[in-house]
Design a protein around this ligand. Structure first.
Ligand SMILES: Cc1cc2nc3c(=O)[nH]c(=O)nc-3n(C[C@H](O)[C@H](O)[C@H](O)COP(=O)(O)OP(=O)(O)OC[C@H]3O[C@@H](n4cnc5c(N)ncnc54)[C@H](O)[C@@H]3O)c2cc1C
Ligand SMILES: NC(=O)c1ccc[n+]([C@@H]2O[C@H](COP(=O)([O-])OP(=O)(O)OC[C@H]3O[C@@H](n4cnc5c(N)ncnc54)[C@H](OP(=O)(O)O)[C@@H]3O)[C@@H](O)[C@H]2O)c1
Length: 265
């Protein structure tokens, strides 16, 4: 019998952020499943209604959980006409979910020379990968400051905001804030609703007009800054172009870069 490429796991918890649009799911984890913060898993479900059937539909999901957590956590959109995400959204604790044995992806801090400032720029569920990266204490030691920008349509979609804002007092991270109160600069940005004190604009607009740097209180400096981009593919290509003009480029042929990009669709 050939060995399966995936393991069967169990859903342990489901959290709804925005009904019918955004949710998180916790599952058990195969102890042999290893990954680096920022990588993604291939997650599988059966196509039909028989929950005991073998998985036939697979999608990529960035891990939200840190590499050392006992469980896996994913953060997902519901694409109403999608083949996979509405099924995922219907899962309940106790249900089966399948996870490929291998983790994939290069949106990891190992891509960059360590040091300088890390800028994590996301729209929508692109935040997922950054949560794993930020839950990993090694990230906090590797960079001087971290800027996390989460661009969403409306305020209710600022998932994980409470967790992010609680890190200031978290035993793993508090020492960093004691040494530098601006160790993590979190910038929640909504495009279709006003957030007091924040511009109501797209991430790309804020890069272009310099407001992102003003909000962060730091320059996007190709010598010092390392940037990750994750989320909407059109945002990625526009941001890549804008940042390219500022001296940011992915690494290639052994030359370390200062830009890493993950396309979600
Ligand atoms: C490397 C990688 C990591 C990913 N990580 C995540 C993740 O952590 N969370 C997550 O929700 N999705 C993630 N995705 C997308 C995910 O794989 C699925 O595409 C998504 O869940 C929708 O599946 P679906 O079958 O319902 O629709 P699909 O048929 O897969 O997609 C249909 C359409 O829905 C839109 N769409 C797809 N994904 C998203 C999204 N995340 N946000 C907004 N619109 C979307 C696009 O217009 C797409 O063409 C990731 C994709 C890749 C390649
Ligand atoms: N009611 C709903 O909206 C609803 C309900 C259920 C499911 N859905 C699903 O959710 C999907 C959308 O998910 P989402 O809101 O997380 O993703 P999104 O459309 O990518 O929007 C997330 C953020 O990215 C911004 N953005 C989009 N394109 C950009 C670009 N080219 N450059 C810079 N910023 C850009 C958006 O700004 P803008 O606001 O300016 O576009 C928004 O602030 C839909 O495709 C649908 O399948 C939607």
């Amino acid at each position: 019998m050939t060995e399966l490429k995936y393991t069967r796991q169990t859903v342990t918890h489901v959290h709804t952020w925005v009904p019918d649009k955004l949710f998180s799911i916790h599952t058990t984890r195969d102890p042999a499943f290893k990954f680096q913060a920022g990588q993604f898993a291939r997650v599988g479900l059966p196509e039909g209604d028989d929950p005991a059937a073998e998985p036939t539909v697979w999608r990529a999901y960035s891990m939200v959980s840190a590499p050392d957590e006992d469980r896996l956590e994913f953060y997902s959109i519901v694409v109403p006409e999608g083949q996979f995400s509405p099924r995922l959204a219907r899962l309940q604790p106790g249900d089966a979910i399948y996870v490929d044995k291998t983790a994939f992806g290069f949106l990891t801090i190992e891509r960059f020379p360590q040091g300088g400032d890390l800028w994590l720029l996301a729209t929508g569920t692109g935040l997922s990968a950054y949560l794993s990266i930020l839950r990993d204490p090694g990230t906090w030691r590797a960079f001087r400051r971290i800027v996390l920008v989460h661009g969403v349509r409306s305020v209710s979609e600022l998932a994980y905001r409470d967790e992010i804002e609680s890190w200031r007092a978290h035993p793993d991270f508090a020492e960093h804030f004691q040494a530098d109160p601006r160790k993590l600069i979190y910038l929640p940005i909504a495009t279709r609703e006003a957030i007091p004190g924040m511009p109501q604009a797209r991430l790309t607009t804020l890069i272009q007009n310099g407001e992102l740097e003003q909000l962060a209180g730091m320059k996007l400096d190709p010598e010092q800054s390392k940037i990750m981009l994750c989320g909407n593919p059109e945002m990625l290509s526009e941001a890549r172009k804008l940042l390219g003009e500022r001296g940011f480029a992915p690494g290639r042929r052994g030359i370390p870069g200062n830009l890493a990009v993950e396309n979600y669709w």
